[in-house]
Design a protein around this ligand. Structure first.
Ligand code: SAJ
Length: 403
């Protein structure tokens, strides 16, 4: 095996596809992950996550000898930090993985090396890591290239978007920016936009906060329309006929690992200034709580009217349509909350994208529809579109399946 050119720290949802893509371009990559099991799987040319086309890319990269996984880094010319940045209990960002990954490679750095953070990070993280590096390797001060370059790929389309999306690249100085751009040019076909590190960090947070705020607007409309007896889906579709209006869709809250997380990175550092961003988070979280309440109320109403408990179909668990990913899912939160408040109730839980779940007993969606009195649509999966539902059944449509 040739000497590694690139070390990637983190072989998860972004780190592994990125490593495979770089390696597919004939560049020697040494991928590092703290999980020995993950390392072993990858070294067999297999993958531990679900992402279309990733299996082929990893198999090819490993078989051709351009990608090797390890639990320890080796010396290279470029180091990419691609680890998670979750938040702590108080919604403060946790950059401990970025710091641990950085500390791991500090002893290996040499003059002229390129160090890039890709992980979503609070403003100033790149400069902070640079200061950490120079505090431990003072002889390298000013002799490294340091940059921030966030990814902006959509889960499910990662292998395509990694190549074709534009990227924002911000160095701590001009030379760092230029070096980082030259690096990405080797495997990215989208445009590469130069800026500084702080702007690049804020850009990632801005993109996801913008989407969160826009979804909050749609969710707020849905609450108003519910009280005002207006069909919110019709309303939005009509308002969007205006040439300069483009409202997103309400749902049962915002989930996933990005949109519902990243805005907190701004709010926690700039609480006085980020009023709209903070409120959007609250509105989107409240929407899930509201949906759960709405289900309870509908059940009580049914019981009062019919003198018996209703059977309820809870349609969807994933965090968005047509995927099997349940992490940070508002639908899952709502189902748990409803069950928690009424453990003796008669529920049919449906998620067509998974076959079994360790907590919830799943029912086929057609069965659930047939047997239930109240049908609650939580996720707009394609299976739920255009269903024939008897008029006698009560429908709660939180995600616009019926419209
Ligand atoms: N949602 C709505 N209404 C909408 C659109 C989405 O309620 O009109 C909800 C979804 O149901 C879901 C949540 O928002 O619960 C997030 O879904 P998403 O499709 O907006 O985003 P993700 O988390 O799958 O991927 C996002 C993408 N960001 C943007 O679209 C701005 C992706 O490009 C980013 O790279 C990714 O986050 C990331 O890693 O940051």
């Amino acid at each position: 095996m040739n000497k590694a050119k690139v070390v990637t720290i983190g072989l998860g949802y972004i780190g592994l596809p990125t490593s495979a893509l770089i390696a597919q371009n004939g560049i020697q990559v040494h991928g590092v992950d703290i999980n020995q099991n993950v390392v072993d799987i990858i070294n067999k040319g297999k993958i531990h996550i679900v992402e279309p086309s990733l299996d082929i890319a990893v198999e090819e990269a490993v078989n051709k000898g351009f990608l090797k996984a390890d639990i320890k880094p080796v010396a290279a010319d470029t180091y990419l930090i691609v680890v998670p940045t979750p938040f702590k209990g108080n919604h403060e960002p946790d950059i401990s993985y970025v710091e641990a990954g950085t500390r791991n490679i500090i002893p290996l750095l040499k003059e002229g090396d390129l160090y890039i953070i890709e992980s979503t990070s609070p403003i100033g993280t790149t400069e902070k890591m640079m200061r950490l590096i120079y505090s431990l390797r003072p002889e390298l001060e000013g002799k490294l290239n340091v940059a921030y370059c966030p990814e902006r790929v959509l889960p499910g389309n990662v292998m395509h978007e990694l190549v074709y999306n534009d990227r924002v690249i911000g160095g701590v100085n001009e030379e760092s920016t230029n070096k980082a751009i030259s690096f990405y040019k080797q495997f990215v076909k989208g445009e590469l936009h130069a800026t500084n590190a702080r702007t690049a960090e804020m850009c990632k947070l801005t993109e996801n906060s913008s989407r969160d705020v826009q979804i909050a607007f749609a969710n707020e409309l849905s609450l108003i329309c519910d009280k005002a007896d207006i069909n919110v889906w019709e309303l939005i579709s009509l308002a969007n006929k205006h040439p300069r209006v483009n409202i997103l869709q309400p749902g049962c809250g915002v989930g996933g690992h990005c949109i519902a997380v990243d805005p907190y990175f701004i709010v926690s550092d700039y609480p006085m200034e980020s009023k709209i961003i903070g409120t959007a988070r609250e509105v989107n979280n409240y929407k899930s709580f509201w949906c759960a309440e709405k289900i309870q109320n509908e059940k009580l109403k049914f019981e009062l009217e019919k003198g018996r408990k209703p059977k309820v179909a809870l349609m969807g668990l994933a965090f968005k349509p047509n995927i099997d990913d349940l992490r940070e899912s508002p639908a899952k939160y709502i189902v748990s909350k409803v069950l928690q408040n009424d453990s003796n109730g008669d529920y049919f839980i449906v998620e067509p994208n998974i076959t079994e779940h360790n907590v919830f007993k799943l029912t086929d969606y057609k069965d659930a529809l047939e047997k239930s009195d109240i049908i609650v649509f939580l996720v707009a999966h394609k299976e739920f579109q255009n269903l024939n539902i008897l008029e006698s059944k009560k429908i709660l449509d939180f995600c616009g399946v019926i419209k």
